[in-house]
Design a protein around this ligand. Sequence first.
Ligand code: SF4
Length: 433
Amino acid sequence: MRYPLMITCATLHCENIQLSNHHMLGDNRVVGMRHAGGYTLRPSPFPSRPRCDRRFISVPVSALKDMDLSLRRNEREKRVENVDGPFYVDRTCIDCDTCRWMAPSTFSRVGRQSAVVAQPEDGAARVQALRALISCPTHSIHVSNRSPEELKEAQEGLPARVPNVELSPAAMELKGPGTPAGTAATATADGVYYTGWASVSSIAACAYLIVRQGGNILVDVPRYSPVLARRIEALGGVRYIFMTHRDDVAGHQEWARHFGARRVFHELEVNTRQGTDEVEVKLSGEGPWFLDGDGEVVSAAALTGTDGAAAGELAAPCDLTFIFTPGHTEGHVCLYYAPYKVLFSGDHLCSAWGEVEGAPQDELFIYTNFNWYSVPEQLRSVTKLLQYDWLHVLPAHGRRAHFPDATARNSSALRLAAAAAPSKPNAESRYGR
Ligand code: SF4
Protein backbone atom coordinates (compact mmCIF):
# COMPACT_ATOMS: atom_id res chain seq x y z
CA MET A 1 0.00 0.00 0.00
CA ARG A 2 1.21 3.49 -0.78
CA TYR A 3 0.83 6.54 1.41
CA PRO A 4 1.16 9.42 -1.00
CA LEU A 5 0.12 12.11 1.42
CA MET A 6 1.81 13.01 4.66
CA ILE A 7 -0.52 15.31 6.48
CA THR A 8 1.03 18.06 8.49
CA CYS A 9 -0.34 20.82 10.60
CA ALA A 10 0.67 23.22 7.88
CA THR A 11 -2.01 21.74 5.68
CA LEU A 12 -4.65 22.16 8.33
CA HIS A 13 -6.58 25.33 8.66
CA CYS A 14 -9.57 25.33 10.85
CA GLU A 15 -11.68 27.21 8.38
CA ASN A 16 -10.96 24.65 5.70
CA ILE A 17 -11.92 21.69 7.74
CA GLN A 18 -14.64 19.60 6.21
CA LEU A 19 -15.47 16.36 7.84
CA SER A 20 -16.89 14.07 5.25
CA ASN A 21 -17.52 10.45 5.53
CA HIS A 22 -15.46 8.28 3.34
CA HIS A 23 -18.60 6.97 1.66
CA MET A 24 -18.84 10.50 0.28
CA LEU A 25 -15.73 10.10 -1.82
CA GLY A 26 -16.27 11.94 -5.04
CA ASP A 27 -16.83 15.22 -3.25
CA ASN A 28 -13.86 17.45 -3.22
CA ARG A 29 -13.03 16.60 0.38
CA VAL A 30 -13.06 13.37 2.25
CA VAL A 31 -12.19 11.72 5.48
CA GLY A 32 -12.50 12.98 9.01
CA MET A 33 -9.80 12.11 11.44
CA ARG A 34 -9.00 13.03 14.98
CA HIS A 35 -5.46 12.28 16.00
CA ALA A 36 -5.25 12.60 19.73
CA GLY A 37 -8.86 11.95 20.57
CA GLY A 38 -9.53 9.17 18.23
CA TYR A 39 -11.26 9.65 14.92
CA THR A 40 -9.60 7.62 12.23
CA LEU A 41 -10.55 6.26 8.90
CA ARG A 42 -11.41 2.64 9.44
CA PRO A 43 -9.50 0.79 8.30
CA SER A 44 -7.10 3.62 8.05
CA PRO A 45 -4.88 3.95 5.02
CA PHE A 46 -3.00 6.62 6.88
CA PRO A 47 -0.11 6.09 9.19
CA SER A 48 -0.81 7.21 12.70
CA ARG A 49 1.60 10.09 12.36
CA PRO A 50 2.02 12.95 12.31
CA ARG A 51 0.21 13.98 15.44
CA CYS A 52 -1.26 17.38 15.66
CA ASP A 53 -3.65 19.28 17.83
CA ARG A 54 -6.22 19.71 15.12
CA ARG A 55 -9.30 17.70 15.70
CA PHE A 56 -10.30 16.93 12.20
CA ILE A 57 -8.63 17.04 8.89
CA SER A 58 -9.75 16.83 5.35
CA VAL A 59 -7.91 15.48 2.41
CA PRO A 60 -8.35 16.40 -1.23
CA VAL A 61 -9.67 13.54 -3.28
CA SER A 62 -6.81 14.00 -5.68
CA ALA A 63 -4.42 13.07 -2.93
CA LEU A 64 -6.17 9.77 -2.40
CA LYS A 65 -6.11 8.57 -5.96
CA ASP A 66 -3.08 6.39 -5.46
CA MET A 67 -4.33 4.86 -2.30
CA ASP A 68 -5.77 1.43 -2.07
CA LEU A 69 -9.38 2.51 -1.91
CA SER A 70 -10.58 -1.05 -2.06
CA LEU A 71 -10.62 -0.67 1.70
CA ARG A 72 -13.83 1.28 1.23
CA ARG A 73 -15.68 -1.84 0.21
CA ASN A 74 -16.61 -2.68 3.75
CA GLU A 75 -17.38 0.73 5.13
CA ARG A 76 -21.09 0.08 5.65
CA GLU A 77 -20.47 -3.31 7.10
CA LYS A 78 -21.82 -4.01 10.54
CA ARG A 79 -19.19 -3.72 13.23
CA VAL A 80 -18.49 -7.08 14.81
CA GLU A 81 -18.70 -5.39 18.20
CA ASN A 82 -22.50 -5.00 17.91
CA VAL A 83 -24.65 -7.49 19.76
CA ASP A 84 -27.00 -9.49 17.56
CA GLY A 85 -30.32 -7.90 16.75
CA PRO A 86 -32.06 -5.37 14.55
CA PHE A 87 -30.02 -2.28 15.51
CA TYR A 88 -26.36 -2.03 14.58
CA VAL A 89 -23.58 0.49 13.94
CA ASP A 90 -21.47 0.30 10.82
CA ARG A 91 -17.79 1.05 10.35
CA THR A 92 -18.27 4.67 9.32
CA CYS A 93 -18.96 5.80 12.88
CA ILE A 94 -16.88 8.87 13.71
CA ASP A 95 -17.11 8.39 17.47
CA CYS A 96 -19.03 11.62 17.99
CA ASP A 97 -20.81 10.40 21.14
CA THR A 98 -24.29 11.52 20.02
CA CYS A 99 -25.95 8.10 20.11
CA ARG A 100 -24.31 7.24 23.42
CA TRP A 101 -25.84 10.11 25.36
CA MET A 102 -29.14 9.99 23.47
CA ALA A 103 -29.72 6.26 23.98
CA PRO A 104 -27.20 5.11 26.59
CA SER A 105 -28.91 1.82 27.26
CA THR A 106 -28.43 0.79 23.61
CA PHE A 107 -25.17 2.36 22.46
CA SER A 108 -21.76 2.42 24.02
CA ARG A 109 -18.17 2.96 22.98
CA VAL A 110 -16.38 -0.24 22.06
CA GLY A 111 -12.89 0.32 20.81
CA ARG A 112 -12.85 3.74 19.21
CA GLN A 113 -16.32 3.66 17.75
CA SER A 114 -19.85 3.13 18.96
CA ALA A 115 -21.63 -0.18 18.94
CA VAL A 116 -24.98 -1.55 20.02
CA VAL A 117 -24.25 -3.19 23.34
CA ALA A 118 -27.84 -4.07 24.17
CA GLN A 119 -30.81 -4.20 21.83
CA PRO A 120 -33.72 -1.96 22.91
CA GLU A 121 -36.04 -3.96 25.11
CA ASP A 122 -39.34 -2.21 24.54
CA GLY A 123 -41.09 0.30 22.32
CA ALA A 124 -39.88 3.35 24.25
CA ALA A 125 -36.27 2.20 24.04
CA ARG A 126 -36.64 1.53 20.31
CA VAL A 127 -37.94 5.06 19.75
CA GLN A 128 -35.05 6.43 21.77
CA ALA A 129 -32.60 4.43 19.63
CA LEU A 130 -34.36 5.66 16.49
CA ARG A 131 -33.88 9.27 17.63
CA ALA A 132 -30.19 8.52 17.90
CA LEU A 133 -30.32 6.97 14.42
CA ILE A 134 -31.93 10.13 13.03
CA SER A 135 -29.37 12.32 14.76
CA CYS A 136 -26.29 10.29 13.79
CA PRO A 137 -24.33 12.67 11.56
CA THR A 138 -22.86 9.92 9.39
CA HIS A 139 -25.91 7.67 9.09
CA SER A 140 -23.87 4.94 10.70
CA ILE A 141 -26.77 3.45 12.67
CA HIS A 142 -29.10 0.96 11.02
CA VAL A 143 -32.16 -1.00 11.98
CA SER A 144 -33.44 -3.99 10.06
CA ASN A 145 -37.07 -3.64 11.10
CA ARG A 146 -39.04 -0.61 12.06
CA SER A 147 -42.61 0.50 11.58
CA PRO A 148 -43.62 3.84 10.04
CA GLU A 149 -45.41 4.63 13.29
CA GLU A 150 -42.36 4.32 15.49
CA LEU A 151 -40.24 6.29 13.03
CA LYS A 152 -42.86 9.02 13.09
CA GLU A 153 -42.87 8.97 16.88
CA ALA A 154 -39.08 9.29 16.90
CA GLN A 155 -39.15 12.20 14.47
CA GLU A 156 -41.86 13.98 16.39
CA GLY A 157 -39.78 13.75 19.55
CA LEU A 158 -37.24 16.16 18.08
CA PRO A 159 -36.58 18.87 19.03
CA ALA A 160 -36.63 17.43 22.55
CA ARG A 161 -36.77 19.43 25.76
CA VAL A 162 -33.43 19.40 27.53
CA PRO A 163 -33.94 17.45 30.76
CA ASN A 164 -33.26 19.15 34.10
CA VAL A 165 -33.59 22.63 32.60
CA GLU A 166 -36.57 24.34 34.22
CA LEU A 167 -37.91 27.87 34.29
CA SER A 168 -36.27 29.72 37.14
CA PRO A 169 -38.68 31.06 39.78
CA ALA A 170 -36.91 34.40 39.51
CA ALA A 171 -37.82 34.53 35.82
CA MET A 172 -41.35 35.45 36.73
CA GLU A 173 -40.03 38.80 37.89
CA LEU A 174 -38.08 39.52 34.72
CA LYS A 175 -39.64 42.31 32.75
CA GLY A 176 -37.42 42.07 29.70
CA PRO A 177 -38.62 41.44 26.16
CA GLY A 178 -39.42 37.87 25.37
CA THR A 179 -39.41 36.59 28.92
CA PRO A 180 -42.23 34.31 29.84
CA ALA A 181 -43.11 36.57 32.77
CA GLY A 182 -46.45 35.93 34.36
CA THR A 183 -47.09 32.73 32.46
CA ALA A 184 -46.70 29.13 33.42
CA ALA A 185 -44.07 27.85 31.06
CA THR A 186 -45.32 24.34 31.47
CA ALA A 187 -48.59 25.38 29.85
CA THR A 188 -46.84 26.55 26.69
CA ALA A 189 -44.02 25.40 24.46
CA ASP A 190 -41.62 27.87 26.11
CA GLY A 191 -38.40 26.18 26.97
CA VAL A 192 -35.03 24.92 25.85
CA TYR A 193 -34.78 22.11 23.32
CA TYR A 194 -32.11 19.98 21.72
CA THR A 195 -32.77 19.77 17.97
CA GLY A 196 -31.16 16.44 17.10
CA TRP A 197 -30.28 15.88 13.42
CA ALA A 198 -26.55 16.51 13.89
CA SER A 199 -24.52 17.59 10.89
CA VAL A 200 -21.32 15.88 9.93
CA SER A 201 -20.03 19.15 8.53
CA SER A 202 -20.27 20.65 12.03
CA ILE A 203 -18.62 17.57 13.51
CA ALA A 204 -21.90 16.50 15.10
CA ALA A 205 -22.25 19.72 17.08
CA CYS A 206 -25.37 19.93 19.25
CA ALA A 207 -27.80 22.64 18.22
CA TYR A 208 -30.53 23.98 20.49
CA LEU A 209 -33.78 25.82 20.10
CA ILE A 210 -34.98 28.43 22.59
CA VAL A 211 -38.75 28.71 22.37
CA ARG A 212 -39.78 32.06 23.83
CA GLN A 213 -42.54 34.56 23.45
CA GLY A 214 -40.23 37.21 22.04
CA GLY A 215 -39.21 34.96 19.12
CA ASN A 216 -37.39 31.67 18.96
CA ILE A 217 -33.62 31.41 18.74
CA LEU A 218 -31.76 28.59 17.05
CA VAL A 219 -28.40 28.20 18.78
CA ASP A 220 -25.82 26.75 16.40
CA VAL A 221 -27.02 24.78 13.44
CA PRO A 222 -28.39 21.27 12.97
CA ARG A 223 -28.39 19.35 9.70
CA TYR A 224 -31.06 20.80 7.45
CA SER A 225 -34.06 18.54 7.19
CA PRO A 226 -37.61 19.35 6.05
CA VAL A 227 -38.87 17.00 8.75
CA LEU A 228 -37.07 18.95 11.46
CA ALA A 229 -38.11 22.23 9.86
CA ARG A 230 -41.77 21.22 10.16
CA ARG A 231 -41.29 20.33 13.80
CA ILE A 232 -39.63 23.68 14.49
CA GLU A 233 -42.43 25.44 12.64
CA ALA A 234 -44.88 23.79 15.00
CA LEU A 235 -42.91 25.33 17.87
CA GLY A 236 -43.12 28.81 16.39
CA GLY A 237 -40.31 28.85 13.82
CA VAL A 238 -37.00 30.69 14.16
CA ARG A 239 -36.53 34.44 14.46
CA TYR A 240 -32.78 34.43 15.06
CA ILE A 241 -30.01 31.96 14.35
CA PHE A 242 -27.18 32.57 16.77
CA MET A 243 -23.88 30.85 15.97
CA THR A 244 -21.29 30.55 18.71
CA HIS A 245 -18.30 30.24 16.40
CA ARG A 246 -17.23 29.15 12.96
CA ASP A 247 -16.93 25.39 13.53
CA ASP A 248 -20.64 24.77 13.93
CA VAL A 249 -22.37 26.75 11.20
CA ALA A 250 -22.96 24.22 8.39
CA GLY A 251 -26.46 24.61 6.99
CA HIS A 252 -27.01 28.14 8.29
CA GLN A 253 -28.01 29.42 4.86
CA GLU A 254 -30.74 26.80 4.38
CA TRP A 255 -32.19 27.40 7.83
CA ALA A 256 -32.04 31.18 7.45
CA ARG A 257 -33.76 30.95 4.08
CA HIS A 258 -36.42 28.57 5.32
CA PHE A 259 -37.44 30.70 8.28
CA GLY A 260 -36.42 34.15 7.06
CA ALA A 261 -34.31 34.22 10.22
CA ARG A 262 -31.65 36.79 11.04
CA ARG A 263 -28.26 35.30 11.79
CA VAL A 264 -26.11 36.61 14.65
CA PHE A 265 -22.38 36.01 14.52
CA HIS A 266 -19.26 37.75 15.72
CA GLU A 267 -17.41 39.63 13.01
CA LEU A 268 -14.15 37.85 13.87
CA GLU A 269 -15.72 34.53 12.87
CA VAL A 270 -17.19 35.44 9.51
CA ASN A 271 -15.68 34.26 6.23
CA THR A 272 -16.74 33.91 2.63
CA ARG A 273 -16.06 30.20 2.35
CA GLN A 274 -18.79 29.36 4.83
CA GLY A 275 -21.04 32.16 3.60
CA THR A 276 -21.06 33.75 7.03
CA ASP A 277 -19.98 37.08 5.61
CA GLU A 278 -23.66 37.38 4.64
CA VAL A 279 -25.04 37.15 8.16
CA GLU A 280 -27.50 39.87 9.05
CA VAL A 281 -26.16 40.82 12.51
CA LYS A 282 -22.40 41.00 13.02
CA LEU A 283 -21.38 41.44 16.63
CA SER A 284 -18.47 43.81 16.97
CA GLY A 285 -16.11 44.39 19.87
CA GLU A 286 -16.35 42.62 23.21
CA GLY A 287 -20.01 43.04 24.15
CA PRO A 288 -21.98 42.03 26.01
CA TRP A 289 -24.91 42.35 23.65
CA PHE A 290 -28.63 42.05 24.32
CA LEU A 291 -31.95 41.87 22.52
CA ASP A 292 -33.89 45.09 23.02
CA GLY A 293 -37.67 45.48 23.11
CA ASP A 294 -37.87 45.51 19.32
CA GLY A 295 -35.92 42.29 19.07
CA GLU A 296 -32.81 44.08 17.87
CA VAL A 297 -29.36 43.05 19.04
CA VAL A 298 -27.77 45.95 20.84
CA SER A 299 -24.57 46.46 22.75
CA ALA A 300 -24.39 47.33 26.41
CA ALA A 301 -23.34 50.85 25.49
CA ALA A 302 -26.32 51.32 23.20
CA LEU A 303 -28.68 50.03 25.86
CA THR A 304 -27.48 52.29 28.64
CA GLY A 305 -25.76 55.12 26.87
CA THR A 306 -22.63 54.32 28.84
CA ASP A 307 -19.75 51.92 28.51
CA GLY A 308 -19.22 51.57 32.21
CA ALA A 309 -22.26 49.69 33.50
CA ALA A 310 -21.58 46.32 35.02
CA ALA A 311 -22.61 43.39 32.87
CA GLY A 312 -24.58 41.83 35.69
CA GLU A 313 -26.69 44.98 36.12
CA LEU A 314 -27.40 45.12 32.43
CA ALA A 315 -28.29 41.48 32.25
CA ALA A 316 -30.98 41.79 34.88
CA PRO A 317 -33.79 43.13 32.70
CA CYS A 318 -32.84 41.10 29.63
CA ASP A 319 -33.53 37.46 29.04
CA LEU A 320 -30.75 36.93 26.48
CA THR A 321 -27.14 38.04 26.78
CA PHE A 322 -24.46 37.37 24.20
CA ILE A 323 -21.12 37.07 26.00
CA PHE A 324 -17.80 37.45 24.23
CA THR A 325 -15.71 34.38 25.14
CA PRO A 326 -12.59 34.27 22.97
CA GLY A 327 -10.25 31.35 23.39
CA HIS A 328 -11.41 28.32 21.43
CA THR A 329 -11.61 30.70 18.50
CA GLU A 330 -10.88 34.39 18.42
CA GLY A 331 -14.46 35.55 18.14
CA HIS A 332 -16.27 32.84 20.11
CA VAL A 333 -19.47 34.03 21.81
CA CYS A 334 -21.64 32.24 24.40
CA LEU A 335 -25.32 32.91 24.97
CA TYR A 336 -26.84 33.21 28.44
CA TYR A 337 -30.59 32.64 28.71
CA ALA A 338 -31.58 33.97 32.11
CA PRO A 339 -35.11 32.58 32.59
CA TYR A 340 -33.77 29.03 32.49
CA LYS A 341 -30.26 29.85 33.80
CA VAL A 342 -28.76 28.24 30.72
CA LEU A 343 -25.39 28.97 29.21
CA PHE A 344 -25.13 27.91 25.57
CA SER A 345 -21.40 27.43 25.53
CA GLY A 346 -20.55 26.34 21.99
CA ASP A 347 -17.08 24.82 22.08
CA HIS A 348 -15.97 27.04 24.94
CA LEU A 349 -16.97 24.96 27.94
CA CYS A 350 -18.53 21.59 28.75
CA SER A 351 -18.69 18.92 31.42
CA ALA A 352 -15.61 16.90 32.27
CA TRP A 353 -17.85 13.86 32.45
CA GLY A 354 -16.60 11.37 29.89
CA GLU A 355 -13.48 13.45 29.22
CA VAL A 356 -11.66 12.99 32.53
CA GLU A 357 -11.80 9.61 34.17
CA GLY A 358 -14.07 9.59 37.17
CA ALA A 359 -15.17 13.20 36.70
CA PRO A 360 -18.74 14.01 37.78
CA GLN A 361 -21.20 15.74 35.52
CA ASP A 362 -20.89 19.04 37.38
CA GLU A 363 -17.16 19.37 36.80
CA LEU A 364 -16.28 21.85 34.05
CA PHE A 365 -13.85 21.17 31.24
CA ILE A 366 -12.28 22.82 28.22
CA TYR A 367 -10.64 21.05 25.30
CA THR A 368 -7.08 22.35 25.46
CA ASN A 369 -6.02 20.09 22.59
CA PHE A 370 -8.74 21.37 20.32
CA ASN A 371 -8.02 25.03 20.58
CA TRP A 372 -7.68 27.23 17.51
CA TYR A 373 -6.73 30.46 19.23
CA SER A 374 -5.54 30.62 22.85
CA VAL A 375 -6.01 28.40 25.89
CA PRO A 376 -5.09 31.15 28.39
CA GLU A 377 -7.61 33.43 26.71
CA GLN A 378 -10.20 30.67 26.92
CA LEU A 379 -9.58 30.28 30.64
CA ARG A 380 -9.95 34.02 31.15
CA SER A 381 -13.25 33.78 29.32
CA VAL A 382 -14.36 31.01 31.68
CA THR A 383 -13.87 33.19 34.76
CA LYS A 384 -15.61 36.08 33.01
CA LEU A 385 -18.73 33.93 32.77
CA LEU A 386 -19.06 33.98 36.55
CA GLN A 387 -20.73 37.39 36.26
CA TYR A 388 -23.81 35.54 35.10
CA ASP A 389 -26.09 33.25 37.04
CA TRP A 390 -26.08 30.14 34.87
CA LEU A 391 -26.59 26.69 36.33
CA HIS A 392 -26.75 24.65 33.12
CA VAL A 393 -24.04 24.42 30.47
CA LEU A 394 -25.29 23.24 27.09
CA PRO A 395 -22.30 22.82 24.79
CA ALA A 396 -22.02 22.13 21.08
CA HIS A 397 -19.41 19.44 21.74
CA GLY A 398 -18.94 17.55 24.95
CA ARG A 399 -21.43 16.60 27.64
CA ARG A 400 -23.78 18.98 29.43
CA ALA A 401 -23.11 20.21 32.95
CA HIS A 402 -25.77 20.95 35.57
CA PHE A 403 -25.14 22.65 38.91
CA PRO A 404 -27.31 22.64 42.01
CA ASP A 405 -26.35 26.21 42.90
CA ALA A 406 -23.99 29.10 42.21
CA THR A 407 -21.49 27.95 44.81
CA ALA A 408 -20.96 24.62 43.05
CA ARG A 409 -20.69 26.38 39.70
CA ASN A 410 -18.16 28.93 40.89
CA SER A 411 -16.04 26.30 42.60
CA SER A 412 -15.88 24.20 39.48
CA ALA A 413 -15.05 27.14 37.22
CA LEU A 414 -12.30 28.35 39.51
CA ARG A 415 -10.88 24.82 39.83
CA LEU A 416 -10.79 24.61 36.06
CA ALA A 417 -9.12 27.98 35.69
CA ALA A 418 -6.48 27.03 38.25
CA ALA A 419 -5.78 23.54 36.95
CA ALA A 420 -5.90 23.75 33.17
CA ALA A 421 -2.44 24.01 31.75
CA PRO A 422 -2.06 25.94 28.54
CA SER A 423 -1.08 23.76 25.63
CA LYS A 424 -0.39 26.66 23.30
CA PRO A 425 1.25 29.99 23.82
CA ASN A 426 -1.09 32.83 24.49
CA ALA A 427 -2.27 34.58 21.38
CA GLU A 428 -2.45 38.31 21.15
CA SER A 429 -5.99 39.46 21.45
CA ARG A 430 -7.20 41.72 18.72
CA TYR A 431 -8.61 43.87 21.49
CA GLY A 432 -5.27 44.27 23.21
CA ARG A 433 -5.92 42.26 26.36
S1 SF4 B 1 -24.03 9.02 16.47
FE1 SF4 B 1 -23.22 7.88 14.72
S2 SF4 B 1 -21.18 8.73 14.38
FE2 SF4 B 1 -21.82 9.40 16.40
S3 SF4 B 1 -20.97 7.88 17.81
FE3 SF4 B 1 -23.05 7.19 17.28
S4 SF4 B 1 -22.84 5.84 15.52
FE4 SF4 B 1 -20.93 6.98 15.73
